[in-house]
Design a binder for this molecule. Structure first.
Ligand code: NAG
Ligand code: NAG
Ligand code: NAG
Ligand code: NAG
Ligand code: NAG
Ligand code: NAG
Ligand code: NAG
Ligand code: NAG
Ligand code: NAG
Length: 549
């Protein structure tokens, strides 16, 4: 019904556009060059839309063409699972609305790609499957909380991004692979590991297959982009295919801290359908107000070296710490006091602990079964974790192809028996190790404003088990002589030219400060611009190629 309404508006717009937009577009394009979609910022795109230089319809056409160039063709990055068949109609309606009543927000008419475990209503034409054939053509009751907010702000869901199947909770399988999408790969090295689980979302943001996307941290590190992993409960997980309500969190993946801050300001906020969000401080900050070049002046930034910078524990190439030491010099030059070391009292216990596995295995079974139970329909008939394991075994060509057969995590999760005393003990230990005797203890002992670490290795673990935020920005690139490592049957990490990130960690709800620190460092270094994706992975289509076509 919505689609039909939109196509009526589309017709009207096509007529209106000839009169209203044509002349404006021409004069604007004479003075300002069209933005290069590889790097285009939200501010540039919004300015071009506002001045009538191009429309949202043009943007959708251009991004669709760029996806087509590199997704299955060329380097076959396999970043995108599905594109939105309603996107052009929605863009036309939003173009019309802009003309008649102005933009709703900084995301009005902006295409956003979302990870395939983030729910979008089926009647729009896309599936919500976490990459698994077991959910193909399933019907979810409503949009996810974050997608509702994006749409309300006038954003257009461009498509669904490939991911590590079940957000990498299936077994010993290479990052970035799903049954439906196949193996996604990094745009900075042929067959490079994209990291995960938001692999496709990160690849897509890295080379401009979309303006911005939604996902989490590790892929930001390996794809030369900015990622915000919000505090659990800042952004809604309602309508997101779960692993664990204690760790899952949805955040932006973007080419700049500014773009990430714009998106976070729109998707953050309480949602009655995810009661964790009701605990967040009110009101939601405007994260773009944190974007100051002097945000590090007088701040105390700690370096928790023990475990997290020990190569034999993290498995990192020594170059990671080398380039990180340079970042510490930059942070000091930006006015920060570097407190080094500022170890987490719980560091070694975190390394030894298996509490996270207990929590995730137990939560996943309970929550995934609830997801299946909440579906309006699922034509595959799969309605539980137990049936999912059987489905994968029954259709090995779809779900267990050569080198991607393992489902040990699904099996371990299925073996759990629900919330008992051991589960609650592990949950409490996670909070204690990650927060009370971890991040919060270090912040307090050394009177710190934040912690900083290289993103690769073990960095996400304390924040994950605490449910605390991380903001990651580009730090550098592996050198030409780095020893190429294997990251799976067909993917490599590290490899020459692959990106490395810098992560700022803080206590609950400290995103505003972390965004400010990340911005000051980013603006000083502009590392992202030092290196582009490998040539074949750079899509050629630009706005000029689709305008008037
Ligand atoms: C996704 O689901 C819709 C129906 O809900 C269907 O029309 C569409 O073709 C599906 N996409 C794929 C790739 O199968
Ligand atoms: C959310 O609600 C459930 C019951 O519906 C309750 O068990 C849980 O403690 C609540 N969580 C929070 C963070 O409020
Ligand atoms: C920060 O500095 C950069 C140049 O180094 C400048 O382009 C940018 O506008 C500054 N940001 C703010 C918020 O002043
Ligand atoms: C790094 O980790 C290894 C292995 O656990 C340990 O033997 C070594 O002492 C650690 N190094 C430092 C500097 O803590
Ligand atoms: C959980 O953490 C505590 C504290 O470090 C530790 O004593 C316990 O062995 C851990 N439990 C598991 C299952 O790893
Ligand atoms: C809790 O359940 C798990 C399996 O989910 C089991 O391994 C553990 O022994 C149980 N703990 C208690 C105290 O019953
Ligand atoms: C790699 O090259 C850099 C210069 O780019 C050099 O400093 C370093 O020693 C080399 N490393 C190895 C392992 O050869
Ligand atoms: C499976 O992995 C091996 C390396 O472990 C690789 O040589 C082979 O090409 C892979 N097969 C497929 C079908 O991906
Ligand atoms: C948009 C797009 O190219 N989607 C593709 C993702 O990968 C699967 C599996 O190869 C294709 O069937 C889709 O067409």
């Amino acid at each position: 019904m919505v689609a039909r309404l939109l196509s009526r508006v589309w017709t009207t717009l096509a007529l209106t556009q000839c009169f209203l937009l044509g002349p404006v577009g021409v004069s604007a394009s004479l003075s300002t060059p069209l933005p290069d979609l590889y790097e285009a910022s939200l501010t540039e795109l919004q300015a071009g839309l506002t001045s009538g230089q191009f429309t949202s319809v043009d943007l959708i056409k251009a991004y669709f063409a760029r996806i087509e160039e590199v997704n299955l063709e060329g380097p076959a990055l396999r970043a995108v699972l599905e594109t939105n068949p309603s996107a052009l109609d929605e863009a036309a309606a939003l173009d019309y609305e802009r003309l008649t009543s102005g933009p709703r927000s900084a995301l009005h008419g902006i295409p956003v790609l979302v990870k395939d475990n983030i729910g979008t209503v089926a009647f729009e034409g896309m599936n919500t499957t976490a990459g698994s054939y077991s959910l193909l053509k399933s019907i979810i009751p409503e949009d996810s909380g974050v997608v509702k907010r994006l749409r309300k702000a006038g954003a257009i869901i461009l498509g669904k991004a490939n991911l590590s199947e079940w957000a990498h909770f299936r077994g010993n399988i290479a990052s970035g692979w799903s049954g439906r999408g196949g193996q996604s790969t990094n745009a900075y090295y042929p067959d490079g590991d994209p990291c995960g689980s938001s692999s496709g979302s990160a690849i897509a943001s890295s080379i401009g297959l979309s303006a911005v996307s939604l996902g989490i941290t590790c892929p930001a590190n390996q794809n030369n982009i900015v990622g915000i992993k919000p505090t659990v409960g800042l952004t809604s997980r309602a309508g997101v295919i779960p692993i664990s309500e204690h760790q899952d969190t949805v955040g932006p993946l973007a080419r700049s801290t500014t773009d990430a801050a714009i998106v976070l300001s729109i998707i953050a906020g309480p949602d009655p359908n995810d009661n964790f969000t009701l605990a967040q401080p009110y009101p939601v900050p405007d994260y773009t107000a944190a974007l100051s070049n002097s945000s590090l002046v007088g701040k105390r930034i700690g370096v928790p070296r023990a475990v997290f910078m020990n190569d034999s524990m993290t498995g990192n190439d020594p170059y990671v710490n080398e380039v990180f030491e340079q970042a510490l010099v930059t942070l000091a030059a930006l006015g920060a006091t570097i407190v080094d070391p500022a170890d987490l009292p719980s560091a070694y216990e975190i390394y030894e602990s298996n509490n996270e596995t207990v929590v995730l295995n137990t939560d996943f079974k309970v929550q995934l079964n609830a997801w299946f139970a909440g579906l309006v329909a699922n034509p595959t008939g799969v309605m539980s974790l137990e049936e999912l394991i059987m489905f994968d075994n029954q259709y090995p060509s779809l779900e267990e192809p050569t080198n991607y057969t393992d489902q040990s995590e699904l099996i371990a999760s299925q073996a759990t028996t629900g919330f008992n005393a051991s589960y609650y003990a592990s949950l409490a230990f996670d909070k204690e190790l990650g927060a009370t005797r971890g991040i919060d203890a270090a912040l307090e002992m050394y009177t710190l404003d934040a912690l900083v670490l290289p993103a690769p290795g073990y960095t996400t673990v304390p924040a994950a088990i605490a449910g605390y935020p991380i903001v990651t920005v580009p730090l550098g690139f592996y050198p030409e002589n780095v020893t190429i490592g294997s990251a799976g049957p067909v993917t490599y990490y590290p490899a020459p030219g692959m990106p490395i990130g810098l992560s700022f960690l803080g206590t609950a709800w400290s995103e505003y400060d972390l965004v400010g620190f990340a911005y000051a460092y980013e603006q000083k270094t502009m590392t992202r611009l030092d290196r582009k994706a490998y040539a074949a992975a750079i899509p050629a289509t630009q706005l000029a190629d689709v305008m008037g076509a």
